[in-house]
Design a protein around this ligand. Structure first.
Ligand code: SF4
Length: 343
């Protein structure tokens, strides 16, 4: 996983295989709050099974389950804990307290989180799905209590905070937010992209491999933040001015930052119009106007993105372009995930 000061793994000595259409040889490991897989580890002995994670994503990822509360030594069932610190100077580093018994878990939990998150590095996670609102796992808007017990939803779970601190580039999302299709798509695009980036930097990479990787992601990056694509392209063009470590860190930071920006209808239309440019000499005016009308329907939110994209893919199968066929944008994730399928 990405560390603050060394975002990407060091290069090793084998060759890079970066064809986005080939199935990944290694499993894509993703961390997950254990209760989301249906394990009865919650304070009340229940679970929070996520059907999407346990049945759909499990087909594509190898999950690494973590339950910070059970692993730190809390029993099942147990007295629930809460974060306390509102109205004090401790708002950024709250205490974890069981309110009835008064047991303070803060030091133990913080020590556990630092060690457990550090240990996860060897598993090379490509993302993490967290249970929302939990004082351990919640990524945001966790209840933070003040001296008079009045809560405000401004806290971050202790495990989640440590995870995001140690691995700032790691794609992290809450399970509940994955019900929003655009957040789901953004998270999954980041997980698959992070996995490809890690794979590139894990092996022996050269300027040529880097240029190839960057050019394969050109239209995917354009669909997220077109303006930043130029800056990243400049970085690749000036690769010789950097040490391997500095380049890896800078490219990794910028690459993941760009993908963190949401795509929009306007950005996708722009990308598809660019891609259509590669077809102008091979398709006739009837096909062209049909494709344009589908893009307009997408722009008017009458059809989902998958509709014009499928037709574009069809034309690139009929009239292959060696440059376009490697574009990750066209084949960004397995079709079984049914992304780009909402209006
Ligand atoms: S939210 Fe986190 S700490 Fe709570 S039961 Fe689930 S995995 Fe365990």
């Amino acid at each position: 996983m990405a560390k603050m000061n060394s975002p990407m793994p060091k290069p090793s000595t084998s060759n890079v295989a970066s064809d986005p259409q080939s199935p990944p040889a290694d499993p894509i490991r993703v961390g997950i709050s254990r209760c989301l897989l249906g394990d009865q580890v919650r304070y009340d002995g229940q679970h929070k099974r996520s059907t999407f994670a346990a049945e759909v994503l499990a087909e594509h990822f190898q999950f690494v389950p973590v339950c910070p509360e059970v692993e730190v030594g809390m029993s099942i069932p147990r007295e629930p804990v809460r974060l306390v610190g509102l109205g004090t100077e401790n708002i950024a580093s709250p205490r974890m307290v069981a309110p009835k018994s008064g047991i303070d878990w803060t030091e133990k939990m913080n020590r556990f989180c630092q060690r457990r998150v550090r240990e996860l590095e060897s598993l090379e996670l490509n993302g993490f799905i967290l249970q929302q609102k939990s004082p351990s796992c919640g990524m945001e808007r966790v209840k933070l209590f003040g001296p008079k017990n009045q809560p405000r939803s401004v806290g971050v779970g202790l495990f989640a905070a440590e995870l995001m601190k140690q691995y700032p580039l790691l794609p992290v999302e809450e399970e509940g937010r994955l019900n929003d299709m655009s957040l789901r798509e953004n998270f999954l695009v980041r997980v698959f992209s992070y996995s490809r980036l890690r794979k590139l930097f894990k092996q022996r990479w050269s300027r040529g491999k880097m240029v190839e990787f960057h050019s394969q992601h050109k239209y995917l990056l354009m669909a997220h933040q077109p303006a930043a694509l130029k800056t990243l392209g400049r970085l690749v063009a000036e690769i010789k001015q950097y040490s391997a470590v500095d380049f890896r860190n800078e490219y990794g930071n910028q690459f993941m930052h760009i993908l963190n920006q949401k795509t929009t209808v306007k950005k996708n239309v722009n990308v598809m119009q660019h891609l259509m440019g590669y077809l102008k000499k091979v398709i006739g005016s009837t096909e062209k106007s049909h494709l344009l009308s589908l893009i307009e329907d997408y722009q008017a939110r009458l059809v989902p993105l998958i509709v014009p994209l499928t037709v574009l893919q069809h034309y690139f199968i009929l009239y292959p372009s060696s440059y376009v066929e490697k574009q990750v944008y066209l084949w960004a994730h397995p079709k079984e995930l049914m992304l780009r399928n909402h209006v």
